[in-house]
Design a protein around this ligand. Structure first.
Ligand code: ADP
Ligand code: MG
Length: 365
């Protein structure tokens, strides 16, 4: 299991052009890539905090650049049988949905459609190169976790049971009982399903008097490669997490309190899992939230990428700091005037700690 934690700072929106920019990317050394996020200390603006990441993407980073640097390098591993999990973490309004889903224009497409496009292209090539001996199937599941309950997004909201779908353990894995799965032949198929499912999410959210920023949306892409009696299955998961802001500060309604307790707990467990994986711990506390349990985070063989989305302006100051604190590997305080000469210790980047890929042998048909 390997993990990367990267930060992405979004550009100013049109309505923010006159706002004060307080978050910026920096490098540990001249000529090196950006790995540091800087932000003033809210209690003493002369002081600056620095947080270190595996990589930092500044305001000018395009959707293509992010995908090429952070996701594309793991697509080969996915087809070798490793699971790939990508999280977008951050305060509401910082660009999680933009990063994962993105806009409709080609250049604005996010990680999810790019990932699917890559999977279909690779699948076609594999089939062609093997003269049809290998077949590749892609199946999607899409669900959300709201108040610690699991709802299928591929089903219309009318069919939801208020208590959500139950979980069950099987062969050491957690299954969502009754979660639907749709086979998907190409990018067009996918887009139709995905748009429909996202509409289900919005409709359901309105009915529950909730906002989609208070639930985790999890897309699960199952890639099955079959060659003769050999079946290799791997899962790519793309997760648009609930907003990490402290809802208690802005809204004291009872419903909000229940929501924020559930959100805070699951985000806290997630960060604990990420920390434990990046330290190489044997024990990962993945059982302590539904989301990390379903993903078997740290239990499966795979690659996890957490993208911390950040808004650059002052109105997000405290929430930005708290999400930096949760997701960063290292922090230090420095005084503005002093040049930055410290080299940060980075978590390992290599994937050499991976176990074997998922290979299942099936009886001859
Ligand atoms: P979140 O899902 O974290 O609440 P959104 O993805 O909805 O945030 O982003 C908030 C707003 O900022 C949206 O209008 C989105 O289009 C815009 N935005 C976010 N990131 C970028 C970016 N990298 N480039 C351009 N616009 C962005
Ligand atoms: Mg969003």
């Amino acid at each position: 299991m390997s993990v990367r934690v990267v930060a992405r700072i979004r550009p100013l929106l049109e309505k923010e052009l006159d706002k004060d920019v307080i978050v910026s990317g920096d490098r540990a050394q001249d000529g090196k890539p950006l790995t540091i996020v800087k932000i003033p200390n809210p209690k003493n603006e002369a002081e600056e905090f620095s947080f270190a990441f595996n990589s930092v993407y500044d305001r000018a980073t395009t959707q293509e650049e992010l995908f090429t640097s952070e996701v594309a390098p793991h697509m080969k591993a996915l087809f070798q049988g490793y699971d790939v999990t990508i999280f977008a973490y951050g305060v509401t309004g910082t660009g999680k949905t933009h990063t994962m889903r993105g806009g409709l224009k080609l250049a604005e497409r996010g990680v999810i459609p790019r990932l699917l496009s890559n999977v279909f292209r690779r699948g076609k090539k594999l089939a062609k190169d093997s003269n049809g001996e290998t077949t590749v199937e892609v199946a999607l599941s899409y669900y959300e976790i709201y108040n610690d309950k699991v709802y299928d997004l591929l089903e219309p909201p009318e069919k939801r049971t208020p208590s959500g779908l139950p979980l069950r353990e099987k062969d050491g894995k957690t299954l969502v009982v009754g979660l639907s799965e749709r086979s998907c032949g190409d990018l067009k198929d996918f887009e139709k399903l995905y748009i429909e499912a996202n509409n289900n999410r919005v409709t359901a959210a309105t009915k529950l008097n909730a906002h989609s920023s208070r639930s985790h949306a999890i897309l699960r892409v199952k890639v099955t490669q079959t060659t003769g009696d050999m079946v290799r299955e791997s899962i790519a998961s793309a997760i648009d997490l609930a907003g990490s802001e402290d809802n208690r500060r802005t809204d004291n309604g009872k419903e909000r309190l229940v929501e924020s307790a559930a959100i805070n707990k699951s985000l806290f467990v997630l960060s604990q899992c990420i920390d434990a994986i990046s330290r190489g711990d044997k024990r990962i506390p993945y059982r302590e939230s539904k989301m990390t349990r379903i993903l078997s985070l740290g239990q499966n063989n795979g690659i996890t990428i957490m993208i911390l989305n950040l808004a650059p302006i002052r109105s997000y100051h405290l929430d930005t700091l708290s999400s930096l604190n949760v997701s960063s590997r290292a922090k230090r305080i420095e005084v503005r005037e002093i040049e930055n000469e410290v080299v940060f210790k980075q978590p390992p980047r290599s994937t050499s700690g991976l176990g074997g890929p998922n290979v299942v042998r099936q009886p001859l048909r």
